[in-house]
Design a protein around this ligand. Structure first.
Ligand SMILES: [Zn+2]
Length: 294
């Protein structure tokens, strides 16, 4: 039992790293794809990278995120979409630049589908060290972007940096569902997946709670995370509160003069469901933003 638990912890940790610094198609998040209905007209496809969300309308499909790069991942995703609708994909949203969400951009662009993303996603891709590098989006926005298709409205919102500087929250107002992607971590047990701020990609732990606060102001009852199953508002609120606790304690420690190399050890985390132990590059970014905001 102890061995199984340890393996689970290692897997969850590895899955996080795959999202921030993908090393290719191997590692966490590479399990088989599966489709499930979230609400009528809305489906979630798990596996082969981050979650993909599918909104079916009478005039076509709106897709959110497209899995890790691989012909097989793309083929399986398309097969699962076809299992619930024969409509073509008309629009695609990208929630951030990590390749477990953007890995097959080139194939969707080749179909002539507009790939919509925040403008910072496009600039993050320029310096993103992933092989193959995801193709850039064809449509970018700065604050909000709305798509109307078949009588359905889907909204993209950018609420500042959190997981990356180019995060998009996708809102389905008629169904009261929001796709938060990697701004919401779940894990096993739920709550254990730590918030992973990709500092190289402009992410921010300090500003993360504000981004979730903005998303919580929308009217919804289910939130789709970047991995794992949809969660109720209460889960998102407590995830947000736990990040805020961690950040507040870190701020207090910096204010008291705790040096960077002792910061992680100085933050009390026993009462939090996740563990955060930032490694040098991310720690530099976190310490910098804490120093600026005290
Ligand atoms: Zn990510």
């Amino acid at each position: 039992m102890r061995k199984i638990l340890f393996t689970l912890i290692v897997f969850v940790a590895a899955a996080g790293i795959v999202c921030a610094q993908p090393k290719g198609g191997k590692g966490g998040g590479n399990q088989a794809q599966a489709i499930k209905q979230v609400k009528p007209g809305l489906y979630l496809i798990t596996g082969a990278g981050g979650n993909s969300t599918i909104r079916v309308t009478g005039e076509g499909i709106i897709l959110v995120d497209g899995k890790l790069p691989a012909e097989g991942n793309y083929d399986k995703l398309m097969e699962l979409i076809k299992s619930v609708s024969n409509q073509p994909i008309k629009y695609m949203f990208l929630t951030h630049h990590h390749q477990d969400h953007t890995g097959n951009d080139d194939k969707f662009l080749a179909l002539g589908i507009p790939l919509i993303a925040h403008e910072n996603l496009k600039s993050n891709l320029v310096t993103y060290a992933a092989t193959p590098k995801p193709a850039p989006p064809s449509v970018t926005y700065s604050k909000d972007y709305t798509v109307k298709l078949g009588g359905v409205t889907v909204e993209a919102h950018h609420y500042g940096p959190a997981h990356t500087s180019g995060d998009t929250v996708v809102y389905f107002p008629d169904l009261k569902v929001v796709a938060l992607s990697d701004e919401l971590g779940v894990g096993t047990p739920p709550g254990s997946r730590a918030p992973l701020a990709d500092y190289a990609g402009g992410g921010s732990l300090v500003q993360w709670p504000a981004a979730l606060d903005a998303a919580l102001k929308l009217d919804w009852d289910l939130a789709i995370p970047g991995n794992d199953d949809p969660q109720p508002r209460s889960y998102v609120q407590s995830y947000r509160d736990n990040i805020a606790k961690f950040v507040d304690r870190a701020k207090a420690a910096v204010k008291m003069g705790v040096p960077k190399d002792q910061l992680m050890a100085a933050i009390k985390t026993e009462d939090l469901p996740f563990k955060i132990n930032l490694q040098p590059a991310a720690l530099d970014g976190f310490y910098d933003e804490l120093s600026k905001t005290k």
